[in-house]
Write a protein of this length. Sequence first.
Length: 276
Amino acid sequence: MGTLEALLLGLLQGLTEYLPISSSGHLTLGSHFAGITEPEAILPFTVLLHVATVLSTIVILHKEITWIFKGLFKKPAQKNGKLTERLNNQQRYALAILVSMIPVGIVGVFFKDAVEETFSSLFVVGCCLLLTAALLTFSYYAKTSKKENISVKDAFIIGLGQALAVLPGLSRSGTTIATGLILGNSKQNMAQFSFLMVIPPILGEALLETIDMFKMGISASFGGISPMALIVGFTAAFLSGCIACKWMISIVRRGKLIYFAYYCLVVGILTIVLAL
């Protein structure tokens, strides 16, 4: 992989990580057209790009993250020496994020190899893009109430959506946001929660991948990709991720996800045709 390919894939990852059109699916397509067909050559690079977009999330949502940590270790409110609530708002939010991680953690531990094999299948990508289109369409037309807070139960169900979205072509942000909206959560809450809940799993995956890289050797892990190409790809993913994160939050609040459903439908059909 040359510097130009790394730049393009980095931009592709940064833009599609937050837009509900599947970054993994588009990276698989981009790698296919770039002539990179071996999973072992692209997967470590993909993890690196995901870390770059996680950092862009931290930058854009730093106020929300600071708010969580400020209240995380505070004692719950008391009145006359008695607790008025078991958890404060920040602790409840952190608990919801923790619970949402359980399903994807199980998938990562027990089904990692099976999932990685799907990254070389354009047919799987195409089918999952169609499923993303269906989810976005259903959430757009579903009539639901608007809950003020994301409950632990809802967080777990949203986490199940995130676990399914490890498949390439099934958008993580699209699946989690759509699931949350169908459950009756507000658009503003879901845009923020969807981006924050992915930070721990991706950083955890990056840590495990880094350990494997040191065992295999850094050069071998990246399939011979040059350090300059890695830096360019990382930087491109980070900068484009910052732009896409802010844009996506605005899009979700305005309820314009249906247009991405049309896009996924078209790209999904074209990808299946390409795979046949």
